[in-house]
Every structure is written in C-alpha cells, then in structure tokens.
Design a protein around this ligand. Structure first.
Ligand SMILES: Nc1ccn([C@@H]2O[C@H](COP(=O)(O)OP(=O)(O)OP(=O)(O)O)[C@@H](O)[C@H]2O)c(=O)n1
Ligand SMILES: O=P(O)(O)OC[C@@H](O)[C@@H](O)[C@@H](O)CO
Length: 389
C-alpha cells in the first residue's frame, strides 16, 4: 500500500504527501485567486512568505528544536513548507533558521525537494528572525537576491496545517487594508493578575480573539514598522499586527481562521499533529492486488468493504498478473526496504477468496480490517511482512 496515489497534491516528493485543499471550495478559491492577484491593468500581485524557524522549542521539552521534530519520520517544518509550496502564487519562501541548524535545513530542502526556498540567519527572538527574513526581501539590502514583494505573508514554521483559502483571504485583506491576520475564538478566558498574584480582572471572552497565523502585510508597511520599532519590541513583542498599528497606524483586518491553524508548542501538539497527518494520508491509499483478471470483482468487493473501514476518499486498485512463485512474494521484502527510504510503507497481505460467497465476504472483511489498521498506524515494523486475512 502506498500513501499519496494520483489525486494527492503538490510536487511528487518522498514521504507522506498531504492531499490538496481540504474543505476549501475550488471554485471560490479560483475566484479569490484572480481577485487577490490581479491589479487594474492585469498584472499579478507579487507575494512572498517569511517563515520564522529559529526557535529552540523550550516548551516542547525535547533536545531537538520542535520545527525539526519528526512526524511520521518527516520533520515538522517540511509539512509547513509543503503547504506553502502548494500555493503557486507565493513566489518566494524565506525561512529564518539559526546558523547551527542551517545545514539541517538545507538537507531537508534537498531530501523533500522543496522549491522557492531561501534561507536567512534567524535572530535571538521571533521578531528579530522575522525582521531578518524581511531584510532579505527588501531591495535596499546589498546581498538581497530576492525581489521585493508587494504583499508578504508571515507564518510560523510550526503551524503545518495552513490551507490556500486562508492565505488568500489574508493576502486579499492585506492588499486592501495594509495588514491582515487570522484569528480564532478563545478557548480559555483571559485574566489580568494583580501584583500580589490575585485576580485583578478578567476579559470578556466573547469580545476577544486569539491571534494566530498566517498574517499578511503590504511589504512596505511591515518593513517600515520593523525598521522603526524599539529593541524592547524586538526583544519581548509577540504580535506583528501590533507593530503595524503602532508604527504605521495600520489597523489590520482580522480574518476568521480554521481550527487547524494552531501552533505546535507542547509535546501534546506533536501527537495531535501526527494524528491529523495520519488521518489525512489514510484517506488516500493505493492497493496493489495480485489477482487474476477474471477475479476483478474480488477487488471491487474489497473496495466496498474497505470504504466502510477507512472512510476512503480515493481508492486506486492496481491489478497485476498473478505472481508465479513464493519468491515473487519475497520480493516484497526487498522492495519495501527501497521504498521505505522515500517514507513509503509497503506491506504484503494474502487474502484467500473461496468460492463460497459468505466465506469470501468474511476474508475480505478481515483483509479490510488489517489494511485499515496498517494505514492508520503506519507501523514501519511490519513493512515487507506478509500478513494473512
Ligand atoms: N528566536 C526565534 C524564536 C522563535 N522563532 C520561531 O517562531 C515560531 C513561533 O515561535 P514559538 O512557538 O515560540 O517557538 P519557540 O520559540 O521555538 O518555542 P519556545 O518559546 O517554547 O522556546 C516558531 O516557528 C519558531 O521557530 C524564530 O524564528 N526565532
Ligand atoms: O509567542 P510565541 O513565540 O509562542 O508564538 C508567537 C505567537 O504569539 C504568534 O504566532 C501569534 O500569537 C500571532 O502573533
């Protein structure tokens, strides 16, 4: 079984490939795209993205900075890059990483064939890392190889579940208002403590929102704001929208974001991200059946039973000529080691299909249960093994 058969989205890169736009209406997206990117006179809007990825992930509580922590054996940041690369109208993606992680980042770009990526040195705070990314895009910098965009997206590298529709909304809004940011309803009430550690007052939750990412700005607005802001802002600030307001009197347009925009901060977030990614990739599987041509209906019966197990959006059957000898099956073992390098997990499954219809249904149901658990768990310990339903 292979994740990501035809129908997945984005460049053919190794490893779990998250399918394309989830939930966004393609027609709406197309009309948004044309509105967001064409100007009077028809030239398209130049859009770039800055991804701060220079943190150490202290709250994650592991030695590896969280942006490089593996999810299904693929670094978290690679999923975020994949999500942004899927958006063809973002022409440059500038990633800010620390000098010590530069080589790791380059190897990730190479292994997962990421495109349109430029790397800059991160700063000691998130704002300084973002500023470093903006400088790389500003044309007033000596070593700038990138052209200045009209609109720049700022998005945390540890927010992998970002879809084109919200990117389009913040870019469209930033074009009109100068700045825009995704927001979400508060889950907990915000309170203000007094100096003696007691409650001073609480904010009315319904009237407040959590500021999330992505955010977008007219490049000149946010670049000017960063150039003017104080060291205190750069050291302790956490909100880019506030910089645009404070230094450029630009009131950001707030855009309701989807629940998936959350930031991976604590270890629990990594487990949650892994479950979401497993759910995404388990909606698209490919079953290669070693079945004689005249037993095609067995494949369709298995497809029906599988759909009840996996809530499958897409199922692609490959019927291959029957394998002659047991050693052909042994080839699965060798082949599975090869494809594992591309983070594709291959398992063998023998399903007997007796003439008796009831027994046939039973073995197909057993087969579907095994396939469903292999896809959901992606247990790499079973690759190349032959399971029997
Ligand atoms: N000096 C820094 C600090 C943070 N970030 C980035 O800003 C994003 C959001 O910041 P946060 O979640 O706070 O990341 P960390 O600072 O790594 O986390 P922690 O505060 O737990 O150390 C992350 O992609 C992080 O890599 C950055 O580019 N440069
Ligand atoms: O403060 P942290 O570095 O954990 O994360 C940054 C977040 O504050 C930021 O991404 C959003 O709140 C939007 O500004």
């Amino acid at each position: 079984m292979e994740p990501g058969p035809p129908g997945s989205f984005g460049p053919a890169e190794p490893g779990p490939c998250l399918s394309g736009q989830r939930g966004a209406d393609h027609a709406a997206s197309a009309s948004l795209q044309s509105a967001a990117r064409t100007e009077p006179g028809g030239h398209s809007l130049a859009v770039a993205a800055v991804l701060p990825a220079g943190g150490c992930g202290e709250r994650m509580g592991v030695p590896t900075p969280k942006q490089f922590c593996p999810i299904l054996e693929r670094p978290l940041i690679s999923y975020t890059l994949q999500a942004l690369e899927r958006v063809y109208w973002i022409k440059d993606i500038v990633v800010a990483v620390t000098g010590e992680n530069m080589e790791i980042m380059k190897s990730i770009i190479q292994k997962y064939q990421h495109k349109r990526i430029s790397l800059v040195e991160a700063g000691v705070t998130r704002h300084r890392s973002i500023f470093s990314g903006l400088k790389a895009l500003a044309e007033d910098q000596l070593n700038s190889k990138l052209s200045k965009p009209e609109v720049v997206i700022i998005h945390d590298a540890v927010r992998p579940f970002v879809e084109e529709d919200v990117l389009l909304k913040v870019v469209t809004a930033a074009k009109e208002h100068g700045a825009a940011g995704a927001i979400r309803p508060l889950v907990s009430t915000v309170i203000s403590p007094s100096a003696d550690g007691c409650l001073d007052h609480s904010l009315e939750r319904a009237r407040h929102r959590a500021s999330e990412m992505p955010q977008a700005f007219l490049f000149d607005v946010i670049y000017e704001a960063y150039q003017q802001c104080t060291d205190y802002d750069l050291e302790f600030g956490t909100e880019c929208l506030q910089l645009a307001l404070k230094y450029c009197r630009t009131k950001a347009k707030l855009v309701e974001g989807s629940p998936d925009l959350w930031k991976v901060t604590y270890k629990r977030d990594l487990y949650a991200a892994e479950s979401i990614i497993k759910e995404i990739i388990s909606q698209e599987i490919c079953v290669v059946m070693d079945s004689k041509e005249d037993n095609k209906h067995v494949g369709h019966l298995l497809e029906e039973v599988l759909k009840s197990e996996l809530n499958v959006h897409f199922l692609d059957f490959k019927l291959v000529p029957p394998s002659q000898k047991m050693e052909n099956l042994m080839q699965i073992k060798e082949f599975s080691k090869k494809v594992k390098e591309r983070n594709i997990l291959l398992y063998g499954l023998l399903i007997s299909y007796p003439q008796d219809e009831q027994k046939l249904q039973e073995s197909l149901r057993q087969g579907a249960i095994i396939i469903a658990s292999l896809v959901k768990e992606r247990n790499s310990g079973l690759i190349g093994q032959l399971l029997i339903a």
